[in-house]
Design a protein around this ligand. Structure first.
Ligand code: SAM
Length: 423
């Protein structure tokens, strides 16, 4: 073990993944080496998530383990808590776990030097100066780059902790996003994913240009083969071939209590309009089950939503009460056993829908972006379809990474497709 080694553990959403890429890139610039085993690390960073209570609990149990490690090393280990639990709990983390060296919220990734040197022990403001250095991002994929276009969220859904942990919406300047994209493409990353909590609320702080203009400008950069974005809010919809459009519930009554700013009917109308404009469009979503007051009938409307929209993939969670959120005043969560049973039913229904969707690919030739050898069978190549399914296929392994190929699908497996490159 040397002092200049680090280990990062990341929980949570794409935004946290990207923050870890930024932390890692910045540490490497400062001469640190990344290790995959915490036993070899002189610096351990926990990049935490507080979206649900369970994720928050994990942090404190991990900190308990790290206390022992630090004792075994006679204090010769630096521990940093980053991410949303850091933001939410701030100084309280060091009161409860004094062996933690520093606490750094997601808006403070640019303040790494200050926390590493001990100049700052708790960095949880929402600084004006975000110090965003895109040259120092340690991107894990050779073909894909995630790019922040905005931080924070102004939506204030009653269940959500994000406005507390990531602050008010701040968009990055338009030209910075374009520069970062060009740089990523020059490095071979031909798939670009624009990230933010509500990307379709993007507005350039200096010129006022909106998300539609940004998408068009990024798509125009030579070499961008595929453009994705995450997450869109249904109240501010824009268009692409694959859209993650979190619905949260199929019941208008629940949506109103969540303060989602749309109804079941409005959501379905948006889906229908998008399908009319782009018949090949695919949707994925998030659901919350067991929100305060959710009845069996409300829940059934969520099931019907899955049948109607036929989401390719979905994430679903039991409602988790979060500190300081307005939902705490709305009432208590649905009984845990009922919520668990609803979650199981929801996943079962979606499994069926997913199977049918995967089967519908059989015999078709689909565009696939080649990412490298298949993880499970290195003799096969692997890539993704427009709507994000992994495809393992036979073909010429000497093809450049990032090539767009036609693949004929001959098998639908549990979560993936299999086929043969044809063009
Ligand atoms: N900004 C996006 C939106 O609201 O549309 C997503 C934010 S969040 C990182 C991802 C998902 O976590 C949400 O879409 C929601 O389904 C889930 N989530 C957020 N707060 C929750 C809570 N208190 N309990 C359970 N699930 C929650």
């Amino acid at each position: 073990m040397t002092d200049k080694t680090f280990f990062i553990e990341t929980w949570g959403c794409q935004m946290n993944d990207l923050d870890s890429q930024r932390l890692s890139g910045n540490l490497k610039l400062r001469g640190y080496r990344r290790v995959e085993d915490q036993a070899e690390a002189g610096l351990i960073l926990l990049n935490t998530c507080s979206i649900r209570e369970k994720s928050e609990h994990k942090v404190f149990s991990r900190l308990g383990e790290l206390r022992e490690l630090k004792q075994e090393r006679h204090g010769n280990l630096q521990i940093g808590v980053c991410g949303c639990v850091a933001q939410q709990e701030g100084e309280r983390i060091r009161q409860r776990a004094p062996w933690v060296d520093f606490v750094m919220g997601p808006g403070n990734v640019g303040y790494l030097d200050e926390v590493l040197s001990g100049e700052k022990r708790v960095a949880v403001d929402f600084p004006e100066d975000r110090r965003y250095d895109f040259l120092a991002i340690d991107r894990p994929s050779a073909t894909k780059a995630q790019i922040t276009i905005m931080e924070g969220c102004n939506k204030n859904c009653t269940f959500c902790i994000v406005p507390t942990t990531r602050g008010r919406e701040v968009s990055r300047p338009f030209d910075d996003v374009l520069r970062e994209t060009s740089n990523a493409v020059a490095g071979g990353r031909v798939e670009i994913e624009l990230l933010g909590q509500t990307v379709n609320a993007y507005r350039c702080p200096t010129t006022g240009r909106d998300f539609g203009r940004l998408l068009a400008a990024v798509a125009d950069i030579p070499g961008v083969a595929r453009l994705r974005f995450m997450t869109s809010h249904p109240a501010e919809v824009n268009i692409s071939r694959y859209l993650h459009l979190p619905v949260q519930s199929g019941s208008s009554a629940v949506l109103r209590r969540m303060k989602r700013l749309y109804t079941r009917e409005r959501y379905l109308e948006i889906i229908a309009r998008l399908r009319e404009a782009i018949p090949e469009i695919h949707f994925s979503t998030d659901f919350i089950v067991g929100f305060p007051g959710e009845t069996e009938e409300d829940f059934q409307q969520s099931l019907r939503m899955i049948e109607e929209v036929r989401y390719g993939s979905l994430f679903a969670f039991k409602y988790s009460p979060r500190p300081g959120t307005p939902a705490l005043k709305i009432g208590v969560a649905v009984d845990d056993e009922i919520a668990s049973e609803r979650l199981t039913r929801l996943f079962e229904l979606h499994e069926q829908v997913k199977r049918e969707r995967l089967e519908s690919y059989r015999g078709r030739v689909v565009p696939v972006l080649y990412e490298g050898p298949s993880r499970n069978d290195p003799a096969m190549l692997s890539g993704r379809t427009d709507d994000n399914w992994v495809v393992n296929f036979t073909g010429d392994p000497s093809l450049p990474l990032g090539s767009m190929l036609g693949v004929r699908i001959d098998q639908a497996q549990h979560h993936t497709l299999r086929g043969e490159a044809v063009a």
